[in-house]
Design a protein around this ligand. Structure first.
Ligand code: PEP
Ligand code: MG
Length: 557
């Protein structure tokens, strides 16, 4: 039976594969290899993994594994384990207990980075326990999505990347090493998926969208096909050839090419992949999987590092989009019978103004520190009332600052009401970005997490295309730029239609750059415009998609 779950997407991309469950070793007493040999072998395995990462160009990630190799023979860890063995524990029991104790000490420190490292110690201890038991490392037999309470970082790296289609964790945080490594290896990953292990006990196949955080267990054929069409393989030689090319139509009409990222440490890779800007930084991920919101200092550090990595390019910081399917328990919003129609995003300004003011302060001070312009974007704006709410929050955040940086204020167009009053909105903001994921769900009243409605969530629906046209027309007289940052921009068929509708910038996960650039080059601007008109006149999303697919298939680049 199909089950749809959601969590925090921490490594973008879509992957589909057989369900592969990782179960950590239990502290048994089957010791075949003594402690000294087991720790040496575990260290050697980790060194080999580190070398593999380094030779693939993942220097920073190799350093994580190298640090683990050192932990495997750490004198304190070994001494504690030996003491436990002397007290009668087996090697496995002793190393797992010693690892848990060391991890507990790290987790208790008031430092997010060190606390996240506690998982690394547990990982090392589990590896030594596995070696002591005489077992081989886990391996995949076929293309699979790994499911676990928490996937140890070294296991994430050890699984054959050619077979690892995705990672889904019930626990985990965006800063956990499993998440960082999955991002570095380009493996779609979602963490914090409540109820995953129960829902997946008999799962055979899993589809994961590391951008939206959606996880579908045993997808029905329609859902599977829809997600499969969004799987981007590893970059090919042809992709590399387009890497330094702009996003343009066959006759040279240029569109801005921007990246969607969820974490500051994704900015560097996005820039290397050719992003001209970060069109959407989904900041909410730093607020998830923790007991309370990150403080201003922590946020400022993260935002400043994103701005530095962007090296002068625009970074659009989207204000916290919590609520909906991204619940933050510590906000205590109370029962939300319809979370997507409930307290979400900018609506939190009334109940939790301090939360948003702190975030705005962090963005402003990070921009000030780096000497960048602060680009701020509010999600879920319904009307001018919400724009003014944003401006009030911004004024509070700016109050008292010695040298406020230049600020550009924008909003997401993702509610039908915002489309209808887009002319009013454009009069009071610096830029608009259309969130087609939410706009599709709200226009068509089709919950984006409901698998049974997957066929009603195609943004090529004529209603959505007409809405985009309206927004472009409302913004044009005021010279307000219009971007699209929903998944539609990453879909080659969606991208060419958006170009034809007059959208100026497309923001997407960097893995989609090559396929979108290739599709865009197949049509002239006039052809894209003609196609957009025909698709807007179609009577269904299916008809519109057929028209676009046929046109792209017959176009000559
Ligand atoms: C969207 O709604 O299209 C969007 C980009 O925002 P999110 O997917 O984060 O809601
Ligand atoms: Mg949205």
């Amino acid at each position: 039976m199909t089950r749809r779950l959601s969590g925090v997407g921490v490594a973008s991309g879509v992957g589909i594969g057989a369900a592969w469950r990782y179960v950590p070793p239990e502290p048994g007493s089957r010791t075949r290899v003594e402690l000294a040999d087991a720790s040496a072998q575990a260290a050697a395995e980790l060194e080999a993994l580190g070398r593999r990462l380094r030779s693939a160009g993942n220097e920073a990630e190799a350093a994580i594994i190298d640090a683990q190799a050192m932990m495997a023979t750490d004198p304190e860890l070994i001494a504690d384990t030996s003491a436990r063995i002397a007290d009668g524990a087996s090697v496995e029991q002793a190393i797992l207990a010693a690892g848990a104790a060391a991890a507990g000490e790290l987790a208790a420190l008031d430092d997010e980075i060190l606390a996240a490292r506690s998982a690394d110690v547990v990982d090392v201890a589990q590896r030594i326990a596995r070696v002591a038991r005489g077992d081989a490392p886990p391996r995949l037999e076929r293309r699979s999505v790994a499911l676990a309470a928490d996937l140890p970082p070294s296991i994430t790296v050890e699984l054959d990347p050619a077979l690892l289609a995705g990672v889904v964790l019930e626990g985990g945080t965006p800063t956990s090493h499993a998440a960082i490594l999955a991002r570095a290896l380009g493996i779609p990953a979602v963490v914090g998926v409540a109820g995953l292990l129960d829902a997946a006990t008999t799962a055979r196949e899993v589809a994961v969208d590391g951008g939206s955080g959606d996880v579908v267990i045993d997808p029905e054929p329609a859902v599977r096909d829809a997600m499969a069409s969004r799987v981007h393989g590893p970059p090919s030689g042809a992709d590399d050839a387009l890497r330094d090319e702009p996003l343009r139509t066959r006759d040279g009409h240029r569109l801005g090419l921007a990246a969607n990222v969820a974490r500051p440490d994704e900015v560097r890779a996005a820039v290397e992949a050719g992003a001209e800007a970060i069109g959407l930084m989904r900041t909410e991920f730093a607020f998830m999987g923790r007991p309370g919101p990150p403080d201003e200092r922590v946020q400022r550090r993260a935002y400043a590092s994103a701005l530095r990595a962007a090296a002068g390019r625009t970074v659009v910081f989207r204000l916290l989009d919590a609520g909906g399917d991204k619940a933050l328990p510590y906000l205590e919003l109370g029962p939300q019978p319809n979370p997507f129609l409930g307290m979400r995003a900018i609506r939190l300004a009334r109940s939790h103004p301090g939360l948003l003011v702190t975030q705005l302060r962090a963005v402003l001070s990070a921009a000030d520190e780096v000497g960048a312009v602060a680009w701020i974007m509010a999600p879920m704006v319904a009307d001018l009332g919400d724009v003014r709410l944003l401006r009030d929050l911004l004024a509070r955040a700016q109050g008292g600052g010695p040298s406020p940086p230049a600020v550009r204020v924008g909003i997401m167009i993702e509610l039908p009401s915002a489309v209808l009053v887009a002319d009013q909105l454009a009069a009071e903001v610096d830029f608009l970005s259309i969130g087609t994921n939410d706009l599709t769900q709200y226009l068509l009243a089709a919950d984006r997490t409901n698998a049974a409605l997957a066929d009603r969530q195609d943004p090529l629906h004529p209603a959505l295309l007409r809405a985009v046209r309206e927004v472009v027309a409302a913004a044009a007289p005021r010279d307000v730029p219009v971007a699209v940052c929903g998944e539609m921009a990453a879909d080659p068929a969606g991208a060419v239609v958006l170009a034809g509708l007059g959208v100026g910038e497309l923001s997407m996960e960097p893995r989609a750059f090559a396929s979108v650039k290739a599709a865009m080059r197949r049509l002239s601007l006039a052809e894209a415009q003609e196609l957009a008109r025909a698709a807007s006149d179609a009577v269904s999303a299916a008809e519109a998609r057929r028209l676009v697919d046929e046109r792209l298939a017959t176009a000559t680049s």
